[in-house]
Design a protein around this ligand. Structure first.
Ligand SMILES: Nc1nc2c(ncn2[C@@H]2O[C@H](COP(=O)(O)OP(=O)(O)O)[C@@H](O)[C@H]2O)c(=O)[nH]1
Ligand SMILES: [Mg+2]
Length: 314
């Protein structure tokens, strides 16, 4: 076993940081590490927190971390923000806010920014969650900005997903548009200290329908005044009990793992084909014909795809 893996199991923060960096950059012995870690995952409760920018996700996570610590749970926070670089204002703000927790050895906070492709980010986030899980964290909060597919993929690993909106957003339609209505297990209307929160709660409740025995609750809170925070944590715990019930968990995990494997294989194969095509003489000659309008792109692509797929079958 790698010395780094052993250190991760003891919850050593520096080891965890190092491990996440390896996985994020896909360098060093990251794949050995992931292999050693995987059998030791599945214990942590993973809570995804998503929603439009500025709705108070980081503030809420900050409060939840405090509440969890009061119950003596160990906690990790993974803030994934594909919209801002690591030096971005939002993350700097989060750092300052999280400063209070940074001295607590049972709180681990990590930001992860976009490095090129979105698929890479969601993969890095999934693997980082596994590291945080194996490191013995009871709770892992994953914050993502709810504006696209990547975020939805990332929160797809969570046991419980909070969708955060706020009154000033105008309406809950925003959440609807971004595809957040489907992924939320608990809807959080933050900033109840501002006018208009009740109306948002009412509108939201009227469009939500219950599913799989769980009626998605709408909880009105204020991360600023702490109003409703205890209720929110109780709801999270209630949903986690339901979502982590063995049969349900096994079924969900199986579906997710199938999807993860398919994604990874499809990605690896397409990368491989890309590289091979660059060096393929037949590709060059077909391309030449397409350029001269002697052959259409559709036919050329089909011929090449068949060649590579045939190659795979053998
Ligand atoms: N009035 C009010 N402001 C809040 C509340 N929660 C967060 N904020 C403020 O809203 C802004 C965005 O919060 P932040 O947590 O960074 O949002 P995020 O982008 O969703 O992570 C910050 O200025 C917070 O201080 C709240 O409950 N009430
Ligand atoms: Mg934030």
């Amino acid at each position: 076993m790698l010395p780094l893996t052993k250190r991760v199991f003891t919850g050593d923060r520096r080891a965890v940081s190092r491990a996440i960096s390896l996985v994020e950059n896909r360098v060093g012995e990251y794949s050995v590490l992931l292999g050693e870690i995987y059998p030791h995952t599945g214990r942590a409760s993973v809570v995804g927190v998503t929603g439009p920018p500025g709705t108070g996700k980081s503030s809420i996570v900050d409060r939840l971390v405090s509440l969890c610590r009061r119950k003596n749970y160990s906690v990790a926070v993974l803030a994934v923000d594909p919209t801002s670089p690591i030096t971005g204002g939002a993350i700097l703000g989060d750092r300052v806010r999280m400063l209070e927790h940074s001295l607590d050895p049972k709180v681990y906070i990590r930001s992860m920014a976009s490095r090129g492709n979105a698929g890479g980010l969601s993969r890095a986030a999934k693997d980082s969650i596994r590291i945080l899980d194996a490191a013995g964290n009871d709770y892992i909060f994953v914050e993502t900005v709810g504006i696209g597919q990547t975020e939805i993929e990332i929160v797809g690993v969570a046991d419980t997903v909070l969708v955060v909106i706020m009154p000033e957003l105008g309406d809950e339609i925003q959440a609807n548009k971004a595809g957040l209505m489907e992924i939320g297990d608990i809807f959080v209307v933050n900033k109840s200290d501002l006018p208009g929160a009740d109306k948002v709660v009412y509108n939201l409740q009227s469009v939500l329908s219950s599913r799989e025995g769980w009626k998605q609750p709408v909880i009105k809170i204020s991360a600023k005044t702490s109003e409703g925070m205890d209720t929110l944590l109780s709801k999270i715990e209630e949903h986690l009990r339901c979502a982590r019930e063995p049969d349900r968990l096994a079924k969900r995990t199986a579906a997710r793992l199938a999807e993860e494997l398919i994604e990874n294989v499809a990605f690896a194969v397409s990368e491989d084909v890309r590289v091979k095509l660059q060096r393929d003489a037949e590709f060059r000659s077909l391309l030449d014909k397409v350029e001269k309008r002697k052959l259409d792109p559709e036919t050329a692509s089909t011929l090449l795809a068949r060649k590579y797929l045939g190659h795979l079958e053998s």
